[in-house]
Design a protein around this ligand. Structure first.
Ligand SMILES: [Zn+2]
Length: 146
């Protein structure tokens, strides 16, 4: 069958695939492939570990949003499983809470809290901020928008 004359339909392609199923490359062909691969090795531009954190093209640094930084903390510290205030606290879920409220990329700045304590701390923080900062609403909005 001459090549390049007939239009191969999808069914043709499937048939060809089925017909060559189980067919193995001969030693000669294998050598050919191996020679070509040696000449043109497939190079990844990344070494293992090169693509983590601030080396990643998608790294947003300190411009990361609320969701992004929580995903980052979860990635490194895993799931929050206890309450730092009181380890006997039981909760359906635990959350990572940022101690400094600055959402820094610093794993020591995060603590695992039960959702009850987390809400409490957030409430205290908001009260303090309301007292000292008239622009609290503006700040909180900015945080939510990331
Ligand atoms: Zn708690």
């Amino acid at each position: 069958m001459p090549r390049g004359i007939y239009v191969r339909t999808l069914q043709n392609k499937i048939n060809i695939g089925l017909a060559s199923k189980g067919r193995k490359h001969s030693k000669k062909t294998k050598n050919k492939i191996s020679e070509i691969r040696k000449k043109n090795p497939v190079k990844s531009i990344y070494k293992k570990g090169d693509n983590i954190g601030n080396k990643n093209w998608n790294w947003k640094g300190d411009n990361v949003g609320y969701d992004g930084i929580h995903a980052w903390v979860h990635n490194w510290l895993g799931k929050a499983t206890y309450c730092s205030n009181d380890k006997t606290h039981k909760a359906a879920r635990f959350e990572w809470s940022n101690k400094s409220r600055k959402y820094k990329r610093d794993l020591t700045d995060w603590e695992s809290l039960c959702s009850k304590c987390h809400r409490k701390e957030d409430a205290i923080y908001r009260k303090i901020m309301k007292k000292y900062c008239k622009n609290i609403r503006f700040i909180l909005q900015g945080q939510n928008n990331g």
